[in-house]
Write a protein that binds this ligand. Structure first.
Ligand SMILES: Nc1ncnc2c1ncn2[C@@H]1O[C@H](COP(=O)(O)OP(=O)(O)OP(=O)(O)O)[C@@H](O)[C@H]1O
Ligand SMILES: Nc1nc2c(ncn2[C@@H]2O[C@H](COP(=O)(O)O)[C@@H](O)[C@H]2O)c(=O)[nH]1
Length: 187
């Protein structure tokens, strides 16, 4: 079995609930390994280096790109985000089910470099609910929310590029379905 079939990518518009689903999965399914990305974004209150992200400055991010240490990377709403390559490859080589929570541009890069990976699109129940969740989170000023919603329109239009869509009405239900998809793709 190609080891990359153990890789699942979760993408979807900003505010749909990806991090919430990942946090629930971390709690309920510790057998799944969740990649920790590097970002140039500043930490939100409560975010810890090495837990939600590795926080880096532009110089360090440039170095990671140049040295080929990122499996994929993208600029999203004014910040850069990337997946450290080595930890992912090590987990896949060891047969560990592995999940990346990344944006559409990153998902496209993974599709090219690892075509056996399973790409899952997380969709909101409605566009109005997406806006409500993103604004309700209260972590970004209005201009950044607007940028993220603009990117969200592009992400929603790309849903067909993904293998499966899950609608995030209930976090527990999405986790349940995601785990089932991860099990079936790697069996
Ligand atoms: N099923 C759900 N029902 C209602 N609210 C939800 C649901 N899932 C997530 N939320 C809420 O929506 C908001 C956005 O969720 P979250 O931060 O997980 O989104 P995200 O997709 O990771 O966003 P980003 O891409 O900007 O990081 C949060 O306040 C979260 O509590
Ligand atoms: N291409 C990548 N996108 C990533 C990565 N890590 C996170 N993300 C995506 O960025 C946006 C914004 O995240 P936020 O934490 O600032 O709200 C969101 O869509 C994430 O999925 C990555 O390594 N590569």
């Amino acid at each position: 079995m190609p080891q990359n079939r153990r890789l699942t990518v979760l993408s979807g518009p900003s505010g749909v609930g990806k991090s919430t689903v990942v946090a629930e999965l971390r709690r309920s399914h510790p057998e799944v390994w969740l990649s920790v990305s590097v970002t140039t974004r500043k930490p939100r209150p409560g975010e810890k280096h090495g837990v939600e992200y590795y926080f880096a400055d532009d110089e360090e991010f440039d170095r990671l790109i140049e040295s080929g240490e990122l499996l994929e990377w993208a600029e999203f709403a004014g910040n850069r985000y990337g997946t450290p390559r080595t930890p992912v490859m090590e987990r896949l080589a060891a047969g560990v089910p592995t999940l990346l929570e990344i944006d559409l541009q990153g998902a496209r890069q993974v599709r090219c470099s690892m075509p056996e990976a399973q790409l899952v699109f997380l969709a909101p129940p409605t566009w109005e609910e997406l806006e409500r969740r993103l604004r309700g989170r209260g972590t970004e000023p209005p201009d950044v929310v607007a940028r993220r919603l603009e990117a969200g329109l592009v992400e929603m239009a790309a849903e067909k590029e993904f293998d499966v869509t899950l609608v995030n009405t209930s976090v527990k239900d999405v986790c349940h379905r995601l785990i089932a998809l991860m099990r079936s793709s790697s069996s």
